[in-house]
Ligand binder design. Structure first.
Ligand code: IPM
Ligand code: MG
Length: 371
């Protein structure tokens, strides 16, 4: 298969993790005889510094003409601590999501058996947890009208949703549930918010087309608690933009590290693949950032194009790296590998899987001789 992939490394650790994903995708292309072409463009704070615009026209044009976008991370503390800033890096990502019509953000969360003891949550609570969050991505309070009064003493962010916006993501969530454990949980705040009541009404209607899928409802405050009390109850979570943002960060604790959580954003046109974590500016350039979330997002890219064997090769390589403790310090504190070394390891496992059979001595050592 021939794919043109736009690479938007962005800010902070974005460039170093994205580089590992490109490495891995090149290894996939070599082994499975595909042609992947990568073209880079700036976005976020990096683009503001260079061109004064977090999403330059050339970047948007490149994304629109590509088959897929591989996105790094966005954000810089110099803007976070300046409430007066008129231009912000995040605006680049939000505009890109809107322009590309990426209405559904898909965030799978699972507990890796090998990592359950590393989570701050009890192993018996998280072992076996496996869910996917469908977060609405181009509506709600993120995109409603924003204003600040002239005297600067009040501000407003409007939250609106239409039936169409809810229906299209609901269908995706139900279809995904049909291929999984056949349960959708709608997370909302229908006891308070009008938009949430519209979500409930609309999703109940959509559910009638998926009789084999159980539909369940949770208020977001309760869902936040259930997420860490009993995460195994969830299969597919369907929710609006801001609740999805918050709850998916919370869910990442189940995986053992936010550095493992991948995501895909899909819509009618080109799809975008990005880790759920942020730009982690404190780690930028130090080689300590975990590239796995970005690499697994690249696996989702392969799945998106039906390249399931290829995606499986990437996922297996990641599982092997975790089993062998070839991990960055968020997971392997004592004897860690750098961002690039983890990328090199995954590249070599994908290129030549037979050469990397797990050997118990290596497992004990937490080391691979080839590194
Ligand atoms: C995410 C991020 C973004 C969001 C930020 C960077 C705008 O937190 O993708 O979860 O809030 O959607
Ligand atoms: Mg977020």
């Amino acid at each position: 298969m021939k794919l043109n992939i736009a690479v938007l490394p962005g800010d902070g650790i974005g460039p170093e993790i994205t580089q590992q994903s490109v490495k891995v995708l090149n290894a996939v292309a070599d082994r499975f005889e595909h042609e992947f072409y990568f073209e880079e463009a700036v976005v976020g704070a990096a683009a503001i510094d260079l061109l004064g615009n977090p999403l330059p026209d050339a970047t948007l044009e490149l994304c629109k003409k590509s088959d897929a976008v591989l996105f790094g991370a966005i954000g810089d503390p110099k803007y976070d601590n300046d409430p007066e800033a008129k231009v912000r890096p995040e605006q680049g990502l939000l505009k890109l999501r809107k322009e590309l019509g990426l209405f559904a953000n898909i965030r799978p969360v699972k507990a890796y058996d090998k990592l359950v003891d590393r989570s701050p949550l009890k192993a018996e609570i998280i072992k076996g947890a496996d869910m996917v969050i469908f977060r609405e991505l181009t509506g709600g309070i993120y995109f409603g009208e924003k204003s600040t009064s002239e005297d600067g003493r009040s501000a407003s962010d409007l939250c609106t949703y239409s039936v169409e916006e809810i229906e299209r993501i609901a269908h995706l969530a139900f279809k995904a549930a049909q291929l999984r454990s056949k349960k959708v949980t709608l997370v909302d705040k229908a006891n308070v918010l009008e938009t949430s009541r519209l979500w409930r009404k609309t999703v109940k209607e959509v559910a009638k087309e998926y009789k084999d899928v159980e539909l369940d409802f949770l208020f977001v405050d309760n869902a936040a608690m259930q997420m860490i009390l009993n995460p195994k109850q969830f299969d597919v979570i369907l929710t609006e933009n801001m609740f999805g943002d918050i709850i998916s960060d919370e869910a990442s604790v189940i995986g053992g590290s936010i550095g493992l959580l991948e995501s895909a954003s899909v819509g009618s046109k080109v799809a975008l693949f990005e880790p759920i974590h942020g730009s982690y500016p404190q780690a930028a350039g130090k080689g300590i950032a975990n590239p796995v979330a970005s690499i697994l997002s690249a696996a989702m890219l392969l799945e998106h194009f039906g390249l399931t064997t290829e995606a499986l090769a990437v996922r297996k390589a990641v599982e092997m790296s975790i089993a062998l403790n070839v991990c960055t310090p968020d997971i392997n504190k004592d004897n860690h590998y750098s961002t690039a070394k983890v990328g090199d390891f995954l590249e070599s496992v994908i290129s030549d899987p037979e050469d990397h059979d797990i050997n118990n001595d290596n497992l004990k050592l937490g080391q691979m001789t080839i590194i």
